[in-house]
Design a protein around this ligand. Structure first.
Ligand code: CAA
Ligand code: FAD
Length: 379
C-alpha cells in the first residue's frame, strides 16, 4: 500500500493547476453566463497534452496513467467543469474506445488527431427515449453493400457541435436485443447528418450539448468499431472508464468549492471574529474535508485498478456515485459558508453548485450506478 504520488503524477497535477488558474479562471463567469464554449482554452489544453493523456505515444498521446488523468481532471474541474467535461469525453470515452477497440486504420485516421486535441470527439449513446435504458436504442443502421445507412436521433451530446468525430451507437439487428447493437465512427459534415440547437442548461453552461439527427447517412463498413453486435458492450466497457473521469470531475467541483469556502471563512468576520472561529462553520469545513478525502480515495482506487489491469467497473460506479453526492453536498455548504455573497456569481460557488448536479446525471445517473454496484455485489 502506497499513498504517495510519483514525481510524474505531481508534475501533471501542478501543470493542470497552473493552467486552470492562468487560462481557465479568466472569463469563467462570462463563459457560464453567455453559455460560451471554451474553444481557445480547449485548444491550449490539446497543445499541453490534456486531450489524449492516456493514449499510447505511438498514436500521439501522452502515455500517462489513469491516476495522472484523475489528478488533472480534478484540478481543471475546480475552475471550469465545462472545459473538463470536453476533456473527459475526449480522453476516456472517445480516445479510449478507439484505442482499445478500433482497427489500425481507424486509429491512424481518427485517434491520432483526437489525441492531440487537433479535433474533438463525441460519444453518442443517449436518445430522446433511451437514456438510462440504453438498450432501447431506436437509432438504426442497416447494411447496403460496403455501407451502413444510419437513421435516428441522439440527445444531449457533449461536444455536439464542436466535435469532428462521433462514436455513434445504433441498432443493427432489433431481433437480437443488446446483442444487435453496433458502434460506428461518423464524421461531421457527412450528408444527412444535422446538428440540432444547443441546450440551455442549469450548469456546465459552456459545454456544447446538442441533439444530433441522422437521415440516411452513409457510413462505410470500415467505420464500424469491432464486430457487428459489439456496440452495447463497447459502450458499457467505455463508460466504465468514463465514469472515473466524471467522478474526478465531481471531486474537483467539490474541492474547488471547499477551497473557496475555507479561504472565505478566514476573511469574513461576524460577531467580532472570522467566521472560521465559529464552531458551526468549523464543523462544516471538517465535514467537507472528510467527505472530499473519502471521495478522492474512491476515485484514485478506481484509477489505480484500471492502471493495474484489474476489474474496475464496480469501483468506478462507486467512485462516481459517491463523488457526485459529495459534489452536491459540499457545493451547497460552500454557498452557505459564503452567506449572501455565495448567492452571487462573483464568488464562484453558486456556479460550482449548479455544475455539481450534472455529475449525478450523465454517464449513468446515481440510480444506475446503484444498479451496477448491486449487480456486482449480488453476482
Ligand atoms: N461493464 C461492462 N459490461 C456491462 C456493464 C458494465 N458496467 N453494464 C452492463 N454490461 C453488459 C452486461 O454484462 C450485458 O452484456 P452480456 O449480455 O454480453 O453479458 C449487457 O451489458 C447488458 O446488460 P444488462 O442485461 O445488465 O442490461 P440492462 O438493460 O438491464 O442494464 C444498464 C444495463 C447498466 C442499466 C445500462 O443500460 C446503463 O449503464 N445505462 C446507463 C447509460 C449511460 O451511462 N449513459 C451515459 C451516456 S454517455 C454520457 O452521458 C457522456 C456524458 O455525459 C459526458
Ligand atoms: P431517464 O433514463 O429517463 O431517467 C429519469 C429518472 O429515472 C432518473 O432519475 C433515473 O435515475 C431514473 N431511472 C431510470 N431507470 C431507472 C431504474 N431502472 N431504476 C431506478 N431509477 C431509474 N449522453 C450521451 O450519450 N453522450 C453525451 O455526451 C451526453 N452528454 C450529456 C450532457 C448533459 C449536459 C446531459 C444532461 C446529458 C448528457 N447525456 C449524454 C445523457 C445522459 O447520459 C442521460 O441524460 C442519462 O443517462 C439519463 O438518461 P435520461 O435523461 O433519459 O433519464
Amino acid at each position: 500500500m502506497n499513498f504517495e504520488y510519483t514525481e510524474e503524477q505531481l508534475a501533471v497535477r501542478d501543470a493542470a493547476r497552473e493552467f486552470a488558474q492562468s487560462e481557465l479562471f479568466p472569463g469563467v463567469i462570462e463563459r457560464d453566463t453567455e453559455a460560451k464554449f471554451p474553444k481557445d482554452q480547449i485548444k491550449k489544453m490539446g497543445e499541453l497534452g490534456f486531450m489524449g493523456m492516456m493514449v499510447d505515444p505511438a498514436y500521439n498521446g501522452g502515455g500517462m496513467d489513469t491516476v495522472s488523468y484523475v489528478l488533472a481532471m480534478e484540478e481543471l474541474s475546480k475552475i471550469d467543469a465545462s472545459a473538463s467535461v470536453a476533456m473527459s469525453v475526449n480522453n476516456s470515452l472517445v480516445c479510449w474506445g478507439l484505442e482499445k477497440y478500433g482497427s489500425e486504420a481507424q486509429k491512424e485516421k481518427y485517434l491520432k488527431p483526437l489525441a492531440t486535441g487537433e479535433i474533438l470527439g463525441a460519444f453518442c449513446l443517449s436518445e430522446p427515449e433511451a437514456g438510462s435504458d440504453a438498450t432501447s436504442q431506436k437509432t438504426e443502421a442497416h447494411r447496403e453493400g460496403d455501407f451502413y445507412i444510419l437513421n435516428g436521433t441522439k440527445n444531449w451530446i457533449t461536444n455536439g457541435n464542436t466535435a469532428s468525430v462521433y462514436l455513434v451507437i445504433a441498432q443493427t439487428d432489433v431481433a437480437k436485443g443488446h446483442k444487435g447493437i453496433s458502434a460506428f465512427i461518423v464524421e461531421k459534415g457527412w450528408e444527412g447528418f444535422v446538428v440540432g440547437k444547443k441546450e440551455d442548461k442549469l450548469g456546465i453552461r459552456g459545454s456544447d450539448t446538442h441533439s444530433l439527427m441522422f437521415t440516411d447517412v452513409k457510413v462505410p463498413v470500415e467505420n464500424r468499431i469491432g464486430e457487428e453486435g459489439f456496440g452495447f458492450n463497447f459502450a458499457m466497457e467505455t463508460l466504465n472508464g468514463g465514469r472515473i473521469g466524471i467522478a474526478a470531475q465531481a471531486l474537483g467541483i467539490a474541492s474547488g468549492a471547499y477551497e473557496l469556502a475555507l479561504a472565505y471563512s478566514k476573511e469574513r468576520k461576524a460577531f467580532g471574529k472570522p467566521i472560521s472561529q465559529h464552531q458551526a462553520i468549523q464543523f462544516k469545513l471538517a465535514d467537507m474535508a472528510t467527505s472530499i478525502e473519502a471521495a478522492r480515495l474512491l476515485v484514485l482506487k478506481s484509477a489505480w485498478l484500471k492502471d493495474q489491469g484489474k476489474d474496475y467497473a464496480h469501483a468506478s460506479a462507486m467512485a462516481k456515485l459517491y463523488a457526485s453526492q459529495v459534489a452536491m453536498d459540499v457545493t451547497v455548504e460552500a454557498v452557505q459558508v459564503h452567506g449572501g455573497y455565495g448567492f452571487v456569481k462573483e464568488y464562484h460557488v453558486e456556479r460550482l453548485m449548479r455544475d455539481a448536479k450534472i455529475t449525478q446525471i450523465y454517464e449513468g445517473t446515481s440510480e444506475i450506478q446503484k444498479i451496477v454496484i448491486s449487480r456486482g455485489i449480488l453476482r
